[in-house]
Each structure stands twice: as structure tokens, then as C-alpha cells.
Design a protein around this ligand. Structure first.
Ligand SMILES: *Cc1c(COP(=O)(O)O)cnc(C)c1O
Length: 354
């Protein structure tokens, strides 16, 4: 077992905090004073270190750049009104990280390194958590292969790292969505359920095409028939039909099991809705729209929490919504945010104090 004392800590001699304006800071652009690095070598994790955030020297041959053994996570830390730092459900991200690792034939990261490392790093850089409304500290754990060898095989060496990025409000204006029927994100048997770096590179072309047509994101559909919905860009997706919220089930391994998705399902039930995880076809969505019972459509994810969808286009069929009249998604978003900022009781024990 690794104890916190086993993390070798080198503090910065010059904090950049004072010269960084944390108000309305853009997503993912600024990083805190410190980062965590651990090495996997000779079949074990070693050299767990927290040190000043800095660039790294790497050989051009490192395996991750060539064959893509690279995975990541996204988590957020918040301050409550008393200024105490809390992290939203990090243990769920820890478990998912290791699921991604196994799928990519990478070593799993022990809980002591992931969780204690995360807590120690955040404690050290807690002054970087903005205390403005809608601001937070985005936590990015990641792992990549480091063998200096361009032979195709699972690497022997890896680095696990955590970096932290203060972030302002995610201006998510309601989205226009293009139902994708040509390109695919995930197939049964593939890596759709893993937070693997390559999934994001592989999605960029289709997303750029949709943007050229004037849409913000694509709604991914199944690879065989382009009939069943999967996810919306890099978010999970919910459709409220009558008094039932439907979200695609995780059964086929094509959906990323979002922590926000899970939290939103809990909150929807608390608001009295029925929640169904099941296959949902575009035809069913259109039928519901024609019948006047398709009430709200939204995406969920750590970065934006909930993004409303104001338009869905499938072939020539266009569904438009008056999102200002919606009740449920805004209410869920508001309650979830209040839990995160410690403004209402955290009945589910989602907030981990660091
Ligand atoms: C990260 C991610 C999500 C959202 O997961 P959260 O845990 O809610 O942040 C959904 N879909 C994809 C493809 C993702 O990468």
C-alpha cells in the first residue's frame, strides 16, 4: 500500500497563481502550479511524484504517439461557500479509468496512486479552485505508453499523470444537432465504452462536416443501420418522452458510462420521472415528436453538466424546440450544480472532501 507520504513532493518556488486571472477563464487552457507523475516499469508502479507543472522530454519513438495506448478522465473540483474543496464522484472516474486501461491492454492504476494522488495534488493547489459562480477546477488524469520502440505491441512502460485546469463557465448555448448516418463513433466489440484518446480523434472529421452544415455536434447512431441513437458528440444523451426519460443502455459497449449520466438518472427519478435505459431509434423519436410528446432533449457530461438541444435534424426532417419553456433539464442542472457548490445537502454522498 502506498501512503501519502510515499508521494515525493517538490513544491514550486514561484506560484503562477497571482498572475493568473481566474475569472471567466477559458476551458482547458491554464494549468495549476503542480502535476502528478507516476511511472510503470518492470511490472510495477513507482516514482510517484508531485512536482511543478512543466514540459517533458520524450523520445520521438514513444509508443503512445504511434499506436495510441492513451486514456484519460475528466473530473471537477468545487469550493463550498466556506471555501472548502470538494470533488464530484472521483471514485467513479477511478473505476472507469481502469476499465479503459484494461480495454487498451494497459496496466491498471492502484487506488492509492489515483485517489491519494488526486487528493494530495488538489490540496496542494486548492487555491486554484475559483470561487466564482459556475467556475471549477477541471481534473485531468491520463495514462499513455512510453516504450521507445515502434514495434506494434502493448508497451512495457507507461506514465500516469494528473494535471489540473481552472475553468470558468462553459457557455453552452442550446445546440443544433445533426443525426449522423455515414460516420460512426462506436461499434459492439469496439472501444466506445473506453475513454480512449483515439475515440476523440476519430470523431473529429464527422463533427467538422456537421459544423460546415451549420450544426454544433452530431448525434451518433449505430454502425449497422444508423437507426439507434448512441451519444451526442462527447456527451451522453437523454430524450424526455411524455413522463419518461430515455437514454441509450450500456449493453452493447458502444456508450461511455458517464458519471453525469448516472447522476442525472438519479435526479430525474427524484423529480418523479420514469427513467429507461434502452435502445432508442430515431424513428421512435420522430414518432414521439409527431405525437407531440417529445418534451426535452439534452446531452450530459462533466464539462458542461447539461447541454440543451434546440434542434435535431434527421435527413430532411427537422425538429425544433422552444428550450425556454423547458422545466426538467434546467431543474436537474440547477440541483446538480447546487450539490456541487455545497448549497443544498449532498444526500447521495457524491462530494468527496479533499
Ligand atoms: C467523458 C464522456 C462522456 C461524459 O462522461 P462524464 O463522466 O459524465 O463526464 C460521455 N461521452 C463520452 C464519449 C465521453 O468521453
Amino acid at each position: 500500500m502506498l501512503a501519502v507520504s510515499d508521494i515525493n513532493i517538490t513544491k514550486t518556488t514561484h506560484s503562477r497563481l497571482e498572475e493568473t486571472n481566474l475569472v471567466n477563464i477559458p476551458f482547458g487552457k491554464y494549468f495549476t502550479d503542480h502535476m502528478l507523475v507516476a511511472d510503470y516499469e518492470d511490472g510495477e508502479w513507482k516514482n510517484v511524484e508531485i512536482k511543478p507543472y512543466q514540459s517533458m522530454m520524450m523520445a520521438p519513438s514513444i509508443a503512445a504517439l504511434h499506436y495510441g495506448q492513451a486514456i484519460f478522465e475528466g473530473i471537477k473540483a468545487y469550493k463550498n461557500p466556506a471555501g472548502q474543496p470538494f470533488v464530484f464522484r472521483p471514485y467513479d472516474n477511478f473505476k472507469r479509468f481502469n476499465i479503459s486501461a484494461e480495454r487498451m491492454q494497459m496496466p491498471t492504476v492502484p487506488e492509492e496512486i489515483f485517489m491519494d494522488g488526486l487528493k494530495t495534488l488538489i490540496q496542494l493547489d486548492k487555491d486554484w479552485i475559483p470561487n466564482q459562480e459556475d467556475h471549477s477546477l477541471y481534473i485531468r488524469p491520463f495514462m499513455f505508453s512510453c516504450d521507445e520502440l515502434i514495434g506494434v505491441k502493448p508497451a512495457d512502460k507507461y506514465k500516469f499523470m494528473i494535471i489540473l485546469s481552472p475553468t470558468g463557465p462553459y457557455y453552452n448555448t442550446p445546440m443544433r444537432i445533426y443525426v449522423e448516418e455515414q460516420y460512426v463513433r462506436a461499434v459492439p466489440g469496439g472501444v466506445g465504452y473506453a475513454k480512449a484518446a483515439g475515440n476523440y480523434g476519430a470523431a473529429m472529421f464527422a463533427t467538422a462536416q456537421a459544423k460546415k452544415k451549420g450544426y454544433d455536434q452530431v448525434l451518433w447512431t449505430d454502425a449497422f443501420e444508423h437507426k439507434y441513437v448512441q451519444e451526442c458528440g462527447t456527451m451522453n444523451v437523454f430524450f424526455i418522452i411524455g413522463n419518461t426519460a430515455v437514454t441509450p443502455d450500456l449493453g452493447a459497449g458502444t456508450i461511455l458510462a458517464g458519471v453525469t449520466r448516472d447522476s442525472v438518472m438519479v435526479m430525474l427519478k427524484e423529480l418523479g420521472l420514469k427513467v429507461e435505459e434502452r435502445m432508442l431509434s430515431v424513428d421512435e423519436i420522430i414518432e414521439a415528436h409527431k405525437a407531440g410528446i417529445l418534451r426535452e432533449v439534452f446531452g450530459t457530461g462533466t464539462a458542461a453538466t447539461i447541454s440543451l438541444i434546440k434542434e435535431l435534424r434527421y435527413k430532411d426532417y427537422v425538429i425544433e424546440f422552444d428550450v425556454d419553456s423547458w422545466q426538467t433539464a434546467p431543474e436537474v442542472k440547477d440541483r446538480l450544480n447546487k450539490i456541487r457548490y455545497g448549497l443544498i445537502p449532498d444526500d447521495h454522498n457524491w462530494m468527496l472532501k479533499v
